[in-house]
Design a protein around this ligand. Structure first.
Ligand SMILES: Nc1ncnc2c1ncn2[C@@H]1O[C@H](COP(=O)(O)OP(=O)(O)OP(=O)(O)O)[C@@H](O)[C@H]1O
Length: 247
């Protein structure tokens, strides 16, 4: 494929598990600063697509280019370092550490131009922790033990831990599951803010939430794209209503 301006270019991506194609010749392009939502019925292949992009699952064929770099050949670790962050459904925060410490340990080691000047590094990390804490609405909870946060705040903290790495592509699997209505609204605002500086892919079932955040929606069905359009068009699509929205 030729060089493109897309942050992510997925082409003809297929993975088969014992002959069953969970993702079947999928082609999808994500723009810079785009917030894309992926929806579809259970088993459509949504989580598998994120697993393939972050290297957790290896593709059978096809290509995944992130800023024109082929990801299918890289390890999970190398993909993180290339600038792809992934949040799973269950938060993996350190419950017995403070919010501050959770963010601090997520700062990438060996980054920055401070060389061996330890105090400079400390200041750089502290600035970043405070910046991220403000983004995730936890500025007032920096000293709190993470275990004491609400369910929603724990989800935000995990998003914050990913933001510490400043990924250019952030992928979130059902970020508002189990959240209160107010937390959902706050999460929508949060995602609308953070996609100003990066691309975001969200898997979500909550259509009210999807409406608030999606630039475009990709509907997956049996490992293939059934529709890819802005939300209002997707909601009026007969095929989408039949396999998903009508249920
Ligand atoms: N490692 C694996 N081995 C075998 N089958 C798998 C594997 N991972 C996923 N599958 C199958 O691939 C299909 C797609 O699963 P996937 O979890 O991606 O769907 P999903 O769209 O995320 O569904 P849900 O909304 O329920 O999370 C399912 O039939 C699943 O059982």
């Amino acid at each position: 494929m030729s060089i493109t301006d897309f942050v992510l270019a997925v082409e003809d991506l297929t993975v088969s598990f014992d002959g069953f194609k969970a993702v079947d010749k999928l082609t999808m392009y994500i723009d810079k600063n785009e917030l894309r939502v992926v929806i579809g019925p259970n088993g459509a292949g949504k989580t598998t697509v994120l697993d393939l992009i972050c290297g957790k699952t290896k593709s059978t064929s096809g290509s995944i280019k992130f800023k024109n770099q082929e990801l299918t050949k890289l390890s999970e670790h190398e993909i993180v370092r290339a600038g792809v962050g992934r949040k799973f459904q269950t938060p993996s925060i350190y419950e017995n550490l403070s919010v501050y410490q959770n963010l601090e340990v997520s700062y990438p080691k060996g980054r920055g131009v401070f060389g061996s000047l330890f105090f400079k590094q400390t200041a750089e990390v502290e600035n970043r922790v405070r910046e991220v804490a403000a983004e995730i609405l936890l500025s007032d909870a920096l000293d709190m033990e993470a275990a004491l946060l609400s369910h929603g705040q724990k989800q935000w903290l995990e998003i914050g831990m990913l933001l510490m790495q400043d990924p250019e592509l952030l992928m979130l699997d059902e970020p508002v599951a189990g959240m209160s209505a107010k937390e959902r609204d706050q999460t929508a605002d949060l995602l609308n803010r953070i996609c100003k500086n990066r691309s975001v892919i969200v898997i979500e079932h909550d259509m009210e939430f999807v409406k608030k955040i999606a630039h475009k929606v990709t509907v997956l069905h049996q490992g293939k794209i059934l529709a890819e359009d802005p939300m209002d068009k997707v909601q009026a699509n007969e095929k989408v209503i039949e396999v998903y929205l009508g249920h």
